[in-house]
Design a protein around this ligand. Structure first.
Ligand SMILES: *Cc1c(COP(=O)(O)O)cnc(C)c1O
Length: 475
């Protein structure tokens, strides 16, 4: 494809993109695709000869598009959002076009320096204390893995980095996190070499937040048994219910026993840009590291995870590599973000965040989040007013946990699970909305997560009506 053709297609694609977003409601949220449907329609091997973009695009429209789940659909209420926005998409076009590899300062000075600047903007916006330094990572999962590796190297004085696990004298190390915390912590514990058995799942209170006294008990017991407490991973907003672990108490315990505190605020962290929600981060000054995802609830395309740490020197010592072919004359004067995380190669991710923040302004972003929170509050009120629906967790942000519970029938847990699964499947297979589920303790729970860029009150009202109608149809 020559540049002349590229220009023409780029204009056509831009029109398609605007049409898509304008008409997003005309699509099903979840496709009707069955496993294997798409593969069946795609050739088994790559084409020998060049193909025309017209034909390629037509396959995109006819094969790919009908098999997509539409995360930008205003009635997407499942999981957490991966919201995007027009300025973010425009920035991604520029990023893709320049296609710079931003591993070192020299490989794209503007990318590195803009990343420093927007991470500092975001630090101020969320009220994170001065002294935290930010870097953009690809996901909360790899940020947490990075934190667990930093903790491991702190405990062992960099022995594992230098000599490996089997060098002798390495203590057994434990990680502490609540029963409700995200699966990425378990994954991180496996990859970083702690082992799944060394994760202590701490009990939670009635709001699903970690109980600090149980944390301290577990730490003490490990110390008695000769096990070294390496890291506590606290949740600022769990995935199941957005429960917030009590950071001030947990922080005191970490300080007392000299344990690395990593705070996972993947979803809820964005809400700290609201002055009235700043309490979410109270106690964050105890943290050694903190992550949240602008690619979840701050209108910035995946991937964009904001990772903050207190001691970048420790982070760099843990991750830096210094082969001859990467050395430059300015290494002492600049940041080389390749040394701040796991991959060497890095996309120019700061650009989209910069364009989003400038395009909405802090005020514009705050208004969007406040509206999501208001709508979740409205939805929770409806749930509470309805005899046959239980509200299963406190609603402070944009997530409502609930279940259908026909009280007069006196159903047991497993019958309730079946009933709610049936309700969820009926709602989702309608194509009109999409919600997901979790388990809170043993309770099968439906989750209504309201954080879409294009979600308005009418979508939430329609979802509520559909839920009630579908409940009736299950009678
Ligand atoms: C979504 C989520 C994660 C994982 O985020 P990725 O960026 O997809 O790795 C981790 N922790 C919590 C609490 C989450 O909600």
């Amino acid at each position: 494809m020559d540049i002349k053709e590229f220009r023409k297609h780029a204009h056509d694609f831009a029109d398609w993109m605007a049409d898509f977003l304008e008409n997003i409601e005309s699509y099903r949220v979840m496709p009707e695709t069955k496993p294997g449907d798409i593969k069946e329609k795609l050739p088994k091997s790559a084409p020998e000869k060049a193909e025309d973009m017209k034909n390629i695009f037509s396959d995109f429209e006819n094969i790919v598009l009908p098999g997509m789940t539409h995360w930008q659909h205003p009635s997407f209420f499942a999981y957490f959002p991966a919201n995007s926005s027009p300025p973010s998409v425009l920035a991604e076009m520029l990023t893709a076009t320049m296609a710079a590899q931003c591993m070192s300062w020299i490989t794209s000075p503007a990318a590195t320096e803009m990343e420093e600047v927007v991470m500092e903007w975001l630090r101020q916006m969320t009220g994170l204390p001065e002294g935290f330094t930010g870097v953009i990572q690809d996901s909360a999962s790899s940020s947490t893995l990075g934190a667990l590796i930093c903790a491991r190297e702190k405990v062992t004085g960099f022995a594992i980095n230098e000599k490996g696990f089997t060098c002798g004298g390495i203590p057994r190390m434990a990680i502490y996190t609540s029963r409700e915390s995200h699966s990425s912590i378990e994954k991180g514990a496996k990859i970083a070499g702690y082992g799944r058995e060394m994760i202590r799942k701490i009990g939670v209170d009635e709001k699903y937040a970690m109980i600090p006294a149980l944390l301290e008990e577990a730490i003490r017991k490990d110390i008695e048994d000769g096990i070294k407490p390496a890291s506590v991973v606290a949740a600022c907003g769990t995935t199941s219910s957005l429960a917030v672990d009590p950071l001030p108490e947990i922080g005191e315990i970490c300080k007392k026993y000299d344990v690395w505190l990593h705070v996972d605020g993947a979803m809820a962290g964005s809400a700290a840009i609201l002055p009235e929600k700043r309490y979410l981060l109270s106690g964050i000054e105890y943290a050694d590291s903190f992550v949240f995802n602008p690619h979840k609830w701050l209108f910035t395309n995946f991937d964009c995870s904001a990772y903050y740490c207190k001691d970048p020197k420790h982070l760099i010592h843990t991750f830096s590599i210094d082969p001859e072919y990467l050395k430059t004359d300015v290494d002492m004067k600049v940041k080389n973000f390749r040394d701040w995380g796991i991959p060497l190669g890095r996309r120019f991710r700061a650009l989209k965040l910069w364009m989003v923040i400038r395009s909405y302004g802090i005020e514009g972003l705050q208004k969007k989040l406040q509206e999501h929170i208001r709508l979740a509050g409205w939805f929770a009120e409806q749930v509470e007013a309805e005899d046959d629906i239980d509200l299963l967790a406190p609603v402070d942000l944009d997530l409502v946990c609930f279940r259908y519970n026909k009280k007069s029938r006196g159903l047991n847990e497993s019958e309730l699970e079946k009933l709610n699964k049936k309700l969820m499947d009926a709602l989702n297979s309608s194509g009109e909305m999409f919600i997901s589920h979790t388990k809170l303790g043993e309770i099968f729970t439906l989750r209504m997560s309201i954080g879409g860029t294009y979600t308005e009150e009418r979508h939430v009202r329609a979802a509520w009506n559909r839920i009630k109608d579908t409940m009736k149809s299950l009678e």
